[in-house]
Design a protein around this ligand. Sequence first.
Ligand code: HEM
Length: 431
Amino acid sequence: MNNKKLPPLVPSNSLLFGSAKEFLNAPLNFITECQNKYGNTFRVKAGPKSIFIFSEPREIKSLFTLNDEVMVKERGPRIVLGETVLTSEGETWKRQRKYAQTYFTRDNINSLIPDMEKIIVKQLKDYSGKVDLHAFSVKIMYSLVIKVIYGMDEIKLLPDLSPLVDEMIDFVRSRPAQLIKWPLWLPLKSHKKFHKIKKQLFDHINEIIVESKKQNKTSFMSFMEKDPLATPEELVNEALTFFVASFETTANCLFWSLYLLSRNENIKNEIYKEASNSNLIIKTLKDLSNYKSINNVIKESMRLYPPAWFRSRLCAKDTQVGDYFVPKGTTVWASIYLVQRNKEFWTEPAVFKPNRFLDKNINRFAFIPFGGGKNTCIGKGMANLELAIILKELFKKIDITPVENKEVSVKAGITLAPKEKYYVNFSAREE
Ligand code: HEM
């Protein structure tokens, strides 16, 4: 390899910790400032390691499509989830993805639509007046996720699991920045807390699986159980993985879509017209394409607030990504957040303009909320469908207006969640 140019290094004040503190405290502000100062690609020192951050579509394409002898998934999430579709590699990943894929076929997703509609309509009946928008989004998505993944119609809403999942991820994410990584069996305070949270999460998932089995439900899990090589432990890990991957991502995406609509009267009216057009129905995934405004709102909120705001990989062999040399052992990030707000590829990138998606020439790798390459999100169709049905059913009947005109800031955890509460008024639309 001739070109050994490395991305510019972001200077840091601490020799030992590098920029770990700034990075962990306010990651979005930090990476945005770095991009403004050092360009689309830069290097950040975090503890003993440095992370290469990419936000240029051509480079991002490389990261997602380089084969897994060169770019491997990071090991961190395996501490929590074990070996599952989201974390595994090679033959194990192929086997797990193959079985998971049998559930996410078009026909199967289509067969779930009537039940999904029923759940959404039922949930919407519970709301009027002042509504905590995030709590609403979490509750409605929880009902859908437990139906889709576990086949359950009703289950009591357990204490909000997101903080637990966030704490686990924070723990995993802070490990690369630690100078010494103590083995997890050592009884340190942080390790004890980690094991306690992990147990709580697994107990919760087990409870749902047991209940689902009792009721003999057909679900994602019953499809995964057909794999003769899947051990009971692997199945519980998959059950948690699919919960984590599908719940917070869609709940937060719903929150941001509704938040943005509540603050944009004209766009909200477009959605209202589309939702109440009796010539349009959703019977199959294909029908979604008729809901242009709704689809564009979903895309635009995922552009501004991508639930999976970065994807990381570990470089297993010296390689070249775009103009830069990436040495073996480097952690690399495809920064979905930065590329989707990059002014070189988006006009007025910070402005909510769903109709920008009418443009057919959008750079494929400047808009990657669901990733790219062979690990593209397996739940992409399902997520888009769930979100579209909710927007359609909600705006057909209900108007939402902000209780106060305030901007909500973002908390970058496992996904991008709102930092503060945001209330809206749900009022019946006049027919
Ligand atoms: C708005 C919602 C969602 C977003 C933005 C999203 C985003 C993503 C992204 C960016 C990846 C790529 C990961 C990588 O390359 O490292 C991914 C993978 C994945 N997603 Fe999603 N996701 C969403 C919803 C869902 C749903 C509903 C499910 C399941 C029902 C799901 C299950 C998965 C799984 C299992 C993977 C791993 C795929 C693999 O490595 O083969 N996601 N998702």
